[in-house]
Design a protein around this ligand. Structure first.
Ligand code: SAH
Length: 350
C-alpha cells in the first residue's frame, strides 16, 4: 500500500496493524512535500474537530535538577558533575504557580529529576498549597517513577495529571538508552498504575534518539494504543555535551512533525504539546508542531535564575526570559498562525 492509502486508513480507523505502522513509518523518508502537507492537513482537521483552534497553556516549573538516575541522553543525569544543582523551596514552587495563575495559566506542571530531597509529604504539601490558593488550577506532576502509594498520596492531595514519558516501548532500545538499574517494564507499570488511580496520564518518547529504528516507533505506537494516554509528549532528541550521547545527531524537524501528525490521527482527542525541544531545533518548530496537529504549548514558569541549570539538552531556548514574556510571546506566535491561546485548564475531553 502506498503512503497516502496508509494515511487514509489511519485517519479512518485511528490505528494500523504492526505491518501498517512499519510501512507508513518507513515511508517517511521518501514522502513528497504534498504527501506531508496532506498528512498535516488531516491531523489539523482532526484536532479542530475536538478542540477548534484553541491552544492550551501549561506553565512548566522545573523545580529541581537533582536526579538519582543516569539516563544516557539526559543532561541532568546523576553522573554529570559539571552541572550546578539546585532545588527550589516549597514556597518558591508555590509562588511560581501563583505567578502563573496571574498570567492566566490554569495548569502548573511541576517537573524535576528524580530527587530524593523532597519527601512524599513535601510534594503533597506543595500540591495542597497550590490547590488551596487556586482551586481552578490543574496541577500536573512530572517527577518520575514512584511507588503506587506515593502516586496515590499525591492524587489524594489534589494532583490532577501526571507526565511520565515511556521513552521507548522497544526493549533493546530501552537498554541502549538507560543504565541496567532502570527497567522499561517498571516505567510502563507506573503508567498503568497512574491511570488506574485516576490521573490524566501523559506518555511519550523522543524522536531521532540514538539506536532508534522504525520498529521502535511502531512499538511506541502500539504501546500507546494499549495504554490509551490522555496526553502524549514527543520532541526531538537533542545531544547534551556532558552525556554519553554527546556526539549523536539530533532528531529532525521533519520526523518530529511526521510523528506528531500520526499521533493526532491515532489519538484524536489527546492533548499533544508542541514542545520546547521542537522550538529549539527550529525557530518555527512550535508553530509547525501546531500545524501538524499539536494543541498544547508549555511556556516556562521557572525562576529565571535556574533555567540554565535545567538543561536536559544543549541550546534550550527561552532560558533568559521572564514568565510574562514567554506567555506573551507564545500568544503572539499562535495568533500569527490563526490559533488562540485560551485561559482554561485544558482537560481531556473524553
Ligand atoms: N524525571 C522526570 C522528568 C524527566 S525530563 C521523569 O522521569 O519523567 C523530561 C523529558 O525530557 C524526558 O522524559 C525525556 O524524554 C526528555 N529529554 C531528556 N533528555 C533529552 C534530550 N537530550 N533531548 C530531548 N529530550 C530529552
Amino acid at each position: 500500500m502506498d503512503a497516502r492509502s496508509l494515511i487514509d486508513e489511519l485517519y479512518r480507523e485511528m490505528d494500523l496493524s504492526r505491518e501498517g505502522w512499519l510501512a507508513l513509518i518507513g515511508a517517511r523518508s521518501h514522502l513528497q512535500d504534498d504527501d506531508r502537507e496532506y498528512l498535516y492537513a488531516l491531523a489539523r482537521k482532526r484536532a479542530q474537530e475536538h478542540y477548534g483552534k484553541d491552544i492550551f497553556l501549561r506553565g512548566l516549573i522545573e523545580f529541581s535538577n537533582f536526579c538519582k538516575n543516569d539516563c544516557f541522553y539526559c543532561g541532568i543525569r546523576r553522573d554529570n558533575s559539571e552541572l550546578h544543582r539546585y532545588r527550589l523551596t516549597k514556597d518558591e514552587i508555590v509562588k511560581c504557580a501563583d505567578t502563573g495563575y496571574h498570567l492566566n495559566f490554569r495548569t502548573a506542571v511541576l517537573q524535576s529529576g528524580e530527587d530524593r530531597g523532597y519527601s512524599d509529604d513535601d510534594i503533597c504539601e506543595i500540591v495542597r498549597a497550590i490547590k488551596k490558593m487556586h482551586p481552578d488550577m490543574a496541577v500536573t506532576l512530572s517527577i518520575g517513577e514512584k511507588e503506587k502509594e506515593s502516586y496515590q498520596m499525591y492524587f489524594d492531595a489534589g494532583a490532577d495529571r501526571y507526565l511520565l514519558r515511556h521513552e521507548t516501548a522497544n526493549a533493546a532500545h530501552y537498554r541502549a538508552m538507560h543504565p541496567p538499574d532502570l527497567s522499561m517494564r517498571h516505567r510502563m507499570d507506573c503508567l498503568f498504575t497512574l491511570k488506574e488511580i485516576g490521573y490524566q496520564v501523559g506518555a511519550g518518547f523522543m524522536v531521532g534518539s540514538p539506536h532508534q529504528t522504525d520498529a521502535c516507533y511502531a512499538d511506541d505506537m502500539r504501546f500507546l494504543k494499549t495504554l490509551g494516554p490522555h496526553m502524549i509528549g514527543i520532541g526531538p532528541f537533542i545531544p547534551h555535551h556532558a552525556t554519553p550521547f554527546k556526539n549523536d545527531p539530533p532528531g529532525t524537524l521533519e520526523d518530529t512533525l511526521f510523528f506528531l501528525a500520526l499521533l493526532r490521527l491515532a489519538f484524536p482527542k489527546a492533548l499533544i504539546p508542541a514542545t520546547t525541544a521542537l522550538g529549539t531545533i527550529d525557530p518555527r518548530g512550535r508553530e509547525l508542531g501546531i500545524l501538524a496537529g499539536a494543541n498544547v504549548v508549555m511556556p516556562n514558569l521557572s525562576p529565571r535564575g535556574v533555567r540554565r541549570d535545567y538543561l536536559l539538552y544543549d541550546g534550550k531556548i527561552c532560558t533568559g526570559d521572564e514568565a510574562a514574556e514567554c506567555r506573551r510571546c507564545m500568544e503572539l506566535r499562535m495568533e500569527k498562525i490563526g490559533y488562540h491561546v485560551v485561559t482554561s485548564r485544558g482537560d481531556y475531553r473524553g
